[in-house]
Design a protein around this ligand. Structure first.
Ligand code: CP3
Length: 361
């Protein structure tokens, strides 16, 4: 990790005042549960199709190719930071990039999502997936280094997919609404399931390690589809592997954010898996999310469709989110899921400015 991302612990468990502008940034302070000058804000999927400058630079370059070009990754990651003055950048990549890097035959199909040529269903299929080493992803190290130099005091969030969500793409062979084959494997073939999730946990941990070693200040583990599981199944079949990822990256000392969609019933478990910050989607009122997360910091959770409402309605709802967030030890303002591609960027600019203004009063 970059030295600046964390305050050194002092004797007696006290924490030294942050010693660099990066360590003192509102985002890292909130993630550590420290007082903030204003509530930090960033948006999941802030880079991407809602920005005309993104559509222009991606012209003629495939999604995965763009993730492997440090010049493009740097520019695309910086675009929303310039436009909105958000409090953090999220590394431009994808949860399936590390799989591509180790040789899994897959593509990101525009308008569809990740598509895997040969779905993984057996122990032999799992055994054929190599582990990830830094040598597989030199362009990630280079992109992060370039970005950290450009970003200065603005933190860079690295990310990876959590084992369940990545497994869903590998087992289904593409996006799925019900994750039926994935859950069938989980229910019916525990040997294959445990081998697969353990393999992905190692890959995601190594991929996050590369990003943090190169200078990322925080990480987010996306378990986007974990909301498809009951509490008991999450706890037994998924949580141990997500914990493996979070514990591995925890050794680097950076704040960890854990997020999934429709995860209202398992928010406490997602915190217990080992995260300083739990991402809350918009279905759970944030005040209730804060209660369920119990003592940890929260991130979220404005309904992403509110950008299509009249501005004053969007801002009023943002005020409610901000008010609820005050009950948590730390609150990072975000949407409850990613920016919808047809979002008007001017609405996100108004939202960012409003969050900064209201929360600094
Ligand atoms: C489930 C998941 C994926 N990828 C990701 C997740 C977890 C987050 C979530 O829950 O939304 C994570 C992701 N993917 C992307 C980012 C970039 C950083 C950011 O948030 O700005 C991040 C954080 C870029 C991307 N990843 C993708 C795009 C769109 C492709 C393009 O612009 O050509 C972007 C900008 C493709 C992708 N990749 C994936 C999907 C579902 C899609 C969308 C398919 C589509 O609608 O076209 C898998």
């Amino acid at each position: 990790m970059s030295d600046a991302a964390q305050s050194p612990p002092l004797a007696g468990g006290q924490v030294a005042p942050p010693s660099t502008p990066l360590a003192a940034s509102a985002f890292l302070r909130a993630a550590r549960g420290e007082p903030v000058p204003h509530t930090p804000v960033w948006f999941m999927r802030q880079a991407g199709r809602s920005l005309p400058e993104y559509l222009a630079i991606r012209e003629g370059v495939s999604m995965l190719d763009s993730c492997m070009r440090p010049d493009l990754v740097t520019e695309i990651t910086l675009q929303p930071v310039r436009r909105y003055a958000v409090d953090a950048a999220i590394f431009f990549s994808d949860i399936v990039l590390p799989l591509k890097a180790i040789g899994v035959d897959l593509d990101i199909v525009p308008g569809v999502g990740p598509v895997v040529a040969r779905p993984v269903r057996t122990l032999d299929d799992v055994a054929a997936i190599p582990d990830l080493t830094p040598e597989h992803v030199p362009y990630i190290t280079e992109s992060v280094r370039l970005l950290v130099a450009e970003l200065g005091a603005t933190p860079l969030i690295g990310f990876a997919g959590a084992p369940f969500t990545v497994a869903s793409y590998l087992v289904e062979g593409g996006p799925s609404k019900d994750h039926a084959r994935t859950k069938a494997l989980m229910f019916g073939a525990p040997g294959v399931w445990n081998a697969l999730l353990s393999k992905i946990a190692g890959i995601s941990a190594a991929y996050l390690g590369v990003q943090v070693e190169a200078g990322a200040s925080a990480v987010q583990l996306f378990d986007s589809w974990a909301g498809a599981l009951t509490r008991a199944d999450y706890e037994q079949h998924v949580l141990p592997f997500s914990r493996q990822v979070l514990e591995a990256v925890g050794r680097h000392g950076v704040p960890r954010i854990h997020f999934g969609v429709g995860t209202g019933e398992i928010l406490d478990l997602m915190g217990a898996a080992g995260a300083e910050v739990v991402g809350v989607d918009w279905r759970v009122p944030l005040a209730e999310g804060v209660r369920r997360v119990g003592g940890r910091c929260v991130q979220g959770n404005l309904d992403p469709t509110l950008v299509f409402a009249p501005t004053e309605v969007m801002l009023e709802r943002a005020d409610q989110v901000l008010a609820a967030g005050r009950a948590a030890p730390g609150h990072i303002f975000n949407l409850g899921h990613g920016v919808i591609p047809s979002t008007d960027p001017d609405q996100l600019k108004r939202l960012t400015d409003h969050v900064h203004e209201v929360s600094s009063r």
